[in-house]
Write a protein that binds this ligand. Structure first.
Ligand code: GDP
Ligand code: MG
Length: 311
């Protein structure tokens, strides 16, 4: 018999107003017949993935570390509350020494085999000032592993959100510039066309995992822009879960991706047809026209007249 899922008691550690909002959101999910959610957390190392998992669960369930000693294995935490089950999967960072850590990626893939991913949290820091190739590499690795569709089910999470932006930039402006830059890298890395993200843009949420996060007058954790981030994040997760796109079921085929030998094979008949209609046909036509137009060569007429003369 499967072990019973632990009670999600971490909710009790939140401010009463936050608890009420969270229970309302779980109620909303259940109303839509969503009785469980599996959330996958991915991103580079040290960006605050594990801390975010702990913050959302409301318990210290996974180890956090300021140094690169994350281990290579993903970890799933399951908690049940009011008939709803939350599964949240913390993963090791995907980058090591400037490259994609294939071992970590493979561990994540086999860990997820036969699981369904309802929501992806793509985590990075708010207080990073550039995006580079590595960001695109991470996004590409995720896309290659789980398909483009995973981005319809994703949320960008920016940690370290309690900050004073540099150069006196207003907080909202800094947030929107950072989001835009990251979303652009994400679109490029995932190979998403503009129209593929239009209509359902990827939401970006802010998170402050530090115990020093400011609180409002009713004791809820609040960001410099006034957002009470825990219920806000869970609300956005709920919206993604209910956005009508399909969850990602991770099967062997998805993990292995298209076989490089098979890739593009389906294009062969199309290429042949194109060659036939746009190359062979016009050449044939040209030859036929040429033959029809061709005046009889001089030697032929001459020979014919010689023949005529002799007999
Ligand atoms: P992971 O490697 O992505 O899992 O990152 P961790 O959660 O282990 O965090 C790496 C370091 O960043 C730890 O020292 C955390 O305490 C710190 N950290 C994570 N999130 C935040 C945040 O939102 N604010 C601050 N100030 N520190 C954070
Ligand atoms: Mg971690």
């Amino acid at each position: 018999m499967a072990a019973q899922t632990k009670e999600w008691s971490g909710i009790n550690s939140f401010a009463p107003a936050t608890q009420t909002k969270l229970l309302e959101l779980l109620g909303k999910l259940k109303q839509e017949n969503v009785n469980s959610l599996t959330i996958l957390v991915m991103g580079k190392g040290g960006v605050g993935k594990s801390s975010t998992v702990n913050s959302i669960v409301g318990e210290r369930v996974v180890t956090i570390s300021p140094f690169q000693s994350e281990g290579l294995r993903p970890m799933m935490i399951s908690r049940a509350r009011a008939g709803f089950t939350l599964n949240i999967i913390d993963t090791p960072g995907l980058i090591e020494g400037g490259y994609i850590n294939d071992m970590a990626l493979n561990n994540i893939k086999s860990f997820l085999l036969n699981k369904t991913i309802d929501v992806l949290l793509y985590v990075d820091r708010l207080d990073a000032y550039r995006v580079d190739n590595l960001d695109r590499e991470v996004v590409k690795a995720i896309t290659d592993s789980f398909g483009k569709r995973i981005w319809n089910r994703s949320l960008v999470v920016l940690t370290h959100a309690q900050l004073s932006p540099p150069d006196g930039l207003p907080y909202e402006e800094f947030f929107s510039k950072r989001s835009e830059a990251l979303l652009k890298a994400l679109r490029l890395g995932a190979g998403l066309k503009k129209h593929e993200v239009q209509g359902s843009p990827i939401p970006v949420v802010l998170v402050e995992n530090s115990g020093r996060c400011s609180k409002n007058e009713i004791d809820e954790k609040v960001l410099p822009n006034g957002i009470v981030w825990i219920p806000h994040t869970v609300e956005k997760i709920t919206e993604v879960a209910l956005n009508g796109s399909k969850s990602i079921f991770v099967d062997q085929k998805l993990i292995e991706g298209p076989n490089p030998n098979e890739r593009g094979k389906f294009l062969i008949p199309l290429i042949l047809a194109i060659q036939y209609f746009f190359a062979i046909k016009p050449i044939e036509r040209a030859i036929r026209k040429d033959i029809a137009r061709e005046s009889r060569p001089a030697w032929e007429t001459r020979d014919a007249s010689l023949v005529g003369r002799r007999f």
